[in-house]
Each structure stands twice: as structure tokens, then as C-alpha cells.
Design a protein around this ligand. Structure first.
Ligand code: DGI
Ligand code: FE
Ligand code: FE
Ligand code: FE
Length: 188
């Protein structure tokens, strides 16, 4: 089993410097959100460290993991950008010995979200939107909302993703819609 420093180096070596900076930003933000909302900060830190581990894997290697590890095959009919999240969860478990299902799920669902997101899922997905390096339109409003409500901030994040996809004419993965609807119900 790797030490934390060795794990950080293993993750860092699989991505360009810009993505490592993003990962470090997600780690810091996820730990802050965890402390703010009563989530285990050690789990938040580890999930954040590994969330984008597969982001720069070749498409063929990701596809192989999805097929061989029986990940949802509907993913193969959606944008490849979605693949790194479930593949990252497989890598975390298989290659880095992460056994905690909550951490693995937070990695698995960090791009799409899902219905009944756990607090850790929400923390990782929101930290991914609002880490200090992000600067898309609306990110400041998400950061403001995060002081008040984890769910409202995350909903604003998912709305921005869905708007962006609509603007591009891209397909929307059903879990993303389900996640948004579930958050709206939770907020009411
Ligand atoms: O890996 P990151 O860039 O840090 O962030 P992420 O894992 O949240 O991925 C964001 C990208 O994924 C962004 O370009 C929008 C895209 N995305 C998120 N949900 C969907 C999606 N793309 C499609 N086609 N469908 C989705 O439902
Ligand atoms: Fe990601
Ligand atoms: Fe995300
Ligand atoms: Fe990310």
C-alpha cells in the first residue's frame, strides 16, 4: 500500500501540470466543504486526490476498463468525457487499494452526479466546480451559494453544465438530469 506522498506522486505522474493544479485545488476545497458541512475531511481529501486520476488515459484503455469491469455500458454511447469518473473509481480500488465504498462512489459520480447523492458525493462534485482555478461564467455565484447551502450550490453547478451542453447541442447523460431533479426535491 502506498503512502500518501507516493499516492500523490502516482496521481501527479498521470496528468499534465494544469490538471494536477486543478486536483490540488479540489483537495483543498473539498476539505473546506467537508469541515463546513460535517463530512469526514480525510475521505474528502482522498476522493479529491483520485477523482480525475483517469482523465488523461487513452480512450481505448478507458473503454477496456468499462467493458471488463462491467461498468454501465450506456456510458459507451455518451460523451467520452464522462468515462474518466467510473474508470477512476475502478483504478482507485484496483490499483490503489481504496476499499471505502463512499470514496469510490464519490469518484464514480463526480461528473454526472446521481440521485440520492451522499454528502461526500456532493462535496466532491461541488469542489470540482468551484476550486480556485475554475473561472467559467457563474462560478462566483456557485462559490457564494456554497456558504449557504451545499445543495443549492451544487444545483447551480449542474444547471451550468446542462446549459453548457444545451448550448453545444450535446447529449445529456440521464444521471445528470436525475441528479438535478433530486436536488430540487431536496431543497424544497
Ligand atoms: O474532469 P473535470 O474537467 O474536472 O470535471 P468533470 O469531471 O465534472 O467533467 C466536466 C465535463 O464533463 C464538462 O466538459 C461537461 C461534461 N459533462 C458533464 N456532464 C455531462 C457532460 N458531458 C456530456 N456529454 N453529458 C453529460 O451529461
Ligand atoms: Fe472529472
Ligand atoms: Fe464535475
Ligand atoms: Fe475534476
Amino acid at each position: 500500500k502506498l503512502t500518501r506522498d507516493e499516492l500523490m506522486e502516482a496521481v501527479r505522474s498521470q496528468m499534465p501540470a494544469s490538471r494536477w493544479n486543478h486536483t490540488a485545488g479540489v483537495m483543498t476545497t473539498a476539505v473546506q466543504l467537508a469541515e463546513q458541512y460535517g463530512v469526514d475531511p480525510v475521505k474528502a481529501d482522498l476522493a479529491a486526490l483520485l477523482h480525475d486520476v483517469a482523465k488523461y488515459w487513452p480512450t481505448s484503455k478507458m473503454e477496456q476498463v468499462i467493458r471488463e469491469q462491467q461498468q454501465p455500458s450506456d456510458l459507451l454511447h455518451h460523451d467520452k468525457v464522462l468515462w474518466h469518473a467510473p474508470v477512476g473509481a475502478v483504478v482507485a480500488e484496483r490499483d490503489y487499494g481504496v476499499a471505502d465504498v463512499e470514496i469510490l462512489d464519490a469518484i464514480r459520480y463526480h461528473t454526472s452526479g446521481r440521485v440520492q447523492m451522499t454528502m461526500l458525493d456532493k462535496v466532491i462534485c461541488l469542489a470540482d466546480y468551484m476550486e480556485p482555478g475554475r473561472n467559467f461564467p457563474g462560478v462566483d455565484r456557485i462559490r457564494e451559494l456554497s456558504k449557504q447551502s451545499l445543495e443549492k450550490a451544487l444545483l447551480a453547478g449542474l444547471d451550468s453544465t446542462i446549459s453548457f451542453l444545451l448550448e453545444k447541442g450535446a447529449r445529456i447523460y440521464p444521471l445528470t438530469i436525475d441528479a438535478r431533479n433530486a436536488l430540487i426535491e431536496e431543497i424544497q
